[in-house]
Design a protein around this ligand. Structure first.
Ligand code: GRG
Length: 342
């Protein structure tokens, strides 16, 4: 197995430059409560993968990554904004190992902190040291990705009211919810560093496929990963009734009896079972049975295969770019996404 340590080191190195500009855009300022809430997730951590994709894409087309710093910050701000609002919609308790923004500051302030992060993204773009034509293209890319993010999120919310979704519906949802911002990250890096539409399109294709693979692999890990490495109980998506590619495949292939057995568990333990009279060990056993059903129909293997194929497709798109350390880093990152165990 390849060692990814050097790649992680480069992500951490670039993150320092990103964070310098990120906290310049969202400083400590009055009204204190608003800025504290807005700075909460950026301060709590995060891998800064999307900014790394922006900067490395600029390098991969022969550009100067420093010129891409403000656009990279804009992408991270949009990402953090979407997390704040997503956590409100899901009423999630923790994010990046800390209590969610709405839990600390209340829903109204969390909505506002999210709005601030969104508008700050456009302030970051306005500061980008690129010619006006490039700035216009960056702006268009961010706006179109934000539209798609909303559409993907809306589809995901709507899935909650359904018993099942098709593979096609899932792929459309995830393409917007996770693929669009990864595509925008790589594309914007390309715009900053190059005039070549061919290069920019290749990077965009890479980003979209990697983003989708990232989400699918996340869903696979929820079912197969080591609980300690993952930091959450195995099968938490089954407890919540999350419509993943795995579940979509199962519903398209399982017989009625198997579906019935699966539905007895799926989505039935969304909340904390403590104090409800339900025994955690029993829930665990039921969830394991549901996972066995998914295995029986090859649904987990199917999703893992789709994620790996998307990564291959992504890296193939990069083959038109000149060979470089930056291109290699993008390929490595894509490979890591479907090899990680957490
Ligand atoms: C942008 C206008 C606009 C609206 C947003 C709320 C919403 C609409 C969309 C939700 C999108 C969402 C939460 C997608 C999930 C993305 C995802 C895979 C998050 C986890 O990303 P990581 O692992 O997280 O990169 P870190 O913490 O490392 O940054």
């Amino acid at each position: 197995m390849v060692s990814y340590d050097e790649l992680f080191e480069r992500i951490r190195e670039k993150a320092k430059f990103v964070d310098e500009k990120l906290f310049e855009i969202i400083p400590e300022k009055e009204p204190k409560v608003l800025y504290e809430a807005a700075r909460h997730y950026p301060l709590a951590g995060g891998k800064r993968v999307r900014p790394f994709v922006v900067l490395t894409s600029t390098e991969a087309v022969g550009g100067d990554w420093r010129k891409a710093l403000y656009p990279a910050v804009a992408i991270e701000l949009i990402h953090n904004y979407s997390l704040v609002h997503d956590d409100i919609m899901d009423m999630d308790e923790t994010r990046r190992g800390k209590p969610t923004v709405h839990r600390v500051w209340g829903i109204n302030m969390a909505i506002l902190a999210g709005d601030l992060l969104f508008s700050k993204a456009f302030e970051a773009i306005s500061r980008a040291e690129v010619p006006p034509e490039k700035k216009a293209k960056i702006l268009e890319t961010i706006v179109l990705a934000s539209n798609e993010l909303c559409e993907g999120q809306a589809m995901d919310l709507e899935f909650e009211n359904r018993e099942a979704v098709t593979i096609e519906e899932y792929m459309n949802m995830v393409s917007g919810k996770t693929g669009a911002l990864f595509e925008a990250s790589a594309k914007i890096g390309g715009i900053v560093g190059s005039e070549s539409e061919e290069y920019i399109n290749a990077l965009a294709r890479w980003g979209r496929n990697v983003g989708i693979a990232f989400q699918i692999w996340d869903d696979v890990l929820d079912l197969i990963a080591d609980e300690k490495k993952l930091g959450k109980p195995v099968g938490s998506d089954i407890r919540k009734g999350k419509k993943t590619l795995i579940v979509a495949h199962f519903f398209e292939n399982a017989d009625e009896k198997a579906k019935e057995r699966f539905l007895k568990v799926f989505g039935k333990y969304a909340g904390d079972v403590r104090g409800s009279g339900i025994i955690e060990e029993d829930v665990k056993a039921e969830v394991m049975e549901a996972i066995e059903l998914l295995k029986e129909y090859g649904s987990i293997d199917y999703a893992a295969k789709v994620a790996k194929e998307l990564v291959d497709k992504a890296n193939e798109a990069l083959s038109i770019l000149p060979e470089s350390k930056a291109r290699r880093d993008l390929e490595l990152l894509a490979n890591f996404i479907v090899e990680r165990e957490y």
